[in-house]
Design a protein around this ligand. Structure first.
Ligand code: PEP
Length: 256
């Protein structure tokens, strides 16, 4: 069974509330003129501050909103923290977990990532779990080992009774303008699918695996045509409405 495509925009620490809302307004306007491909879900992940205003602006539309991170717990004395419960209240339906920038800059390890996935699911958010190797790990032939370790920690922590999305994001490809070849990326997609199938038998039609790392309007066709990924996670190229729409359109021309 074909899994519906998922296109995720990660805006990282960019866009003020005003800019995020303006993007939403413009996106809706453009999609009214040309709805673009059917059978594809867009998820915009703004900063936590822009979540509620953007979700409010997009309410009633087909575009979903996601958070970029969550903290553990529900409510409590945890200064600066944001729980799944609060993110959901602000309008998020998805949450990115284990992005390499969080693993590296905020020292998030596999155990914390798994705990966050559990919290996301408890809080009715769909986690988008990022895995991927560094350049050094790839050069040392460790891609399979690293991705297996990262994904298995999550697979063993939760049962697949709610949706979990995985994203293969080679760390060296993020923001670098470099991407793996389609066949290199596809090898990892197959590895991830095998690991998911082994731990969660029978979920093949439900678990989406995305690719992320320097996707843009030029490289998107390669991933759409020559890999089995179910969509993409896009950073830099998702900040501009035209560029984002082109990525969605080109993916849809091949897949939807
Ligand atoms: C990301 O931040 O997840 C990402 C894929 O970024 P970029 O598209 O800019 O490489």
């Amino acid at each position: 069974m074909e899994r519906p495509s998922l296109m995720v925009a990660n805006w990282k620490m960019y866009k003020t509330i005003h800019a995020a809302r303006a993007f939403g307004v413009e996106l809706l306007r453009r999609m009214e003129e040309d709805p673009g491909p059917r059978g594809l879900t867009q998820v915009l992940c703004p900063t936590a501050l822009a979540l509620a205003p953007l979700a409010e602006r997009l309410r009633g539309s087909a575009i979903r909103v996601g958070a970029q991170n969550l903290d553990l717990g529900v409510e409590g004395p945890r200064t600066g923290a944001l729980s799944a419960y609060l993110l959901r209240d602000a309008g998020a339906e998805y949450v990115i977990v284990g992005h390499s920038e969080r693993r590296q800059e905020f020292a998030e390890d596999d155990d914390l990532v798994a705990a966050k996935v559990v919290e996301a699911l408890k809080g009715q958010l769909t986690p988008i779990v990022c895995v991927g190797e560094t350049r050094d790990e790839r050069d040392h032939g460790l891609t399979e080992t690293v991705v297996t370790r990262q994904i298995e920690r999550v697979l063993s922590a939760v049962t697949p009774d709610r949706e979990v999305v995985f994203a293969y994001e080679p760390v060296w490809a993020i923001g670098s303008g470099r991407t793996p070849t389609a066949s290199e990326a596809e090898q990892v997609a197959q590895l991830m699918r095998n690991l998911i199938g082994r731990s969660w038998p029978g979920t093949d039609a439900l678990v989406r695996v995305l690719y992320g790392g320097s996707v843009n309007r030029d490289s998107i066709r390669t991933f759409a045509e020559h890999t089995s990924f179910d969509g993409v996670l896009v950073g830099g190229a998702s900040l501009d409405v035209d560029h984002w729409l082109d990525i969605n359109r080109r993916w849809g021309e091949v897949r939807c």
